[in-house]
Design a protein around this ligand. Structure first.
Ligand code: CAA
Length: 258
């Protein structure tokens, strides 16, 4: 499929998706979301790909849902189509690990898209915000929910109720992002992390991701039980044998499933 709003390319074992609608600061129009979902399907099905990085431009990761596209919709339009579910959630349901590499604005749906990834790597220029309140609406794709779980109630309320942005440092301190780097180094670092993950055993990384995500969906006791059961099941894989034998034999593991 030829894309008009994104660029999808392989960087070794990493699938790199670049949001590419510079004239609108990567505002997430329906066509872009469709293309993103399509590229994610392709990378998920591609055995060569072990991790996926989603990035934007230096000025904007994404400035949110496309306001001009949605502004005249009626309640029945958005309710009837369950607007913002179709396509948008695809990033949150990938089984392979995902990294958002964020420079510039990550606002509204852009911040929500970044939060659907497994981790966010940011550059010093990154700005995160949920400014929907300033245009007479509220977040529609996790901005009141994921953000609150990641940064806590007070900072989430501040961002959601004022629409003010936070900088990369604040995002780092609050746990929204994993790392902050100079602009010129950020994407390389995200790709390095992606390549490192892609170099691990594929089923074990997927199981690990499932276990971490469980922490957001269940009680601590249930989550720890789920983790233990998945831990047990790793012992049925060839890669657990290979990984532990390689350690004992002082050599690098050669994973069966990559
Ligand atoms: N939708 C549509 N177009 C957008 C856009 C958006 N979210 N964000 C920026 N653009 C367009 C602008 O309209 C402008 O287009 P024109 O040149 O045709 O006028 C172009 O991108 C450049 O933007 P600006 O001139 O505004 O650039 P700036 O540097 O002065 O400001 C900005 C940057 C602060 C990000 C500002 O563009 C802005 O506030 N954007 C909207 C942010 C926002 O409210 N996002 C939330 C959207 S709602 C949502 O996402 C709902 C949800 O939960 C899913």
């Amino acid at each position: 499929m030829a894309y008009e709003n994104i660029i999808a390319e392989k960087k070794g074992g990493v699938g790199l998706i670049t949001l590419n609608r510079p004239q609108a600061l990567n505002a997430l129009c329906a066509a872009l979301i469709d293309e993103l979902a399509h590229a994610l399907d392709d990378f998920e099905a591609d055995d060569d790909i072990g991790a996926i990085v989603v990035t934007g431009s230096e000025k904007a990761f994404a400035a949110g849902a496309d306001i001009k596209e949605m502004k005249d919709r009626t309640y029945m339009d958005v309710y009837g189509q369950d607007f913002i579910t179709k396509g948008w959630g695809r990033l949150a349901t990938t089984r392979k690990p995902t990294i958002a590499a964020v420079s510039g604005f990550a606002l509204g749906g852009g911040c929500e898209l970044a939060m659907m990834c497994d981790m966010i790597i940011a550059s010093e220029s990154a700005k995160f915000g949920q400014p929907e309140i300033t245009i007479g609406t509220i977040p529609g794709s996790g901005g009141t929910q994921r953000l609150t779980r990641f940064v806590g109630k007070s900072l989430s309320m501040y961002m959601n109720l004022t629409g003010e942005f936070i900088d990369a440092d604040t995002a780092l301190r609050s746990g929204l992002v994993a790392k902050v780097l100079p602009n010129a180094e950020m994407l390389d670092e995200a790709l390095r992390i992606g390549a490192k993950i892609a170099g691990m055993s594929r089923p074990i990384t997927m199981m690990c991701k499932e276990a971490v995500n469980r922490a957001y969906e269940t009680s601590l006791a249930e989550g720890v039980l789920f983790e233990r059961r998945v831990f047990h099941s790793t012992f049925s894989t060839e890669d657990q044998k290979e990984g532990m034998n390689a350690f004992a034999e002082k050599r690098k593991p050669s994973w069966k499933h990559r």
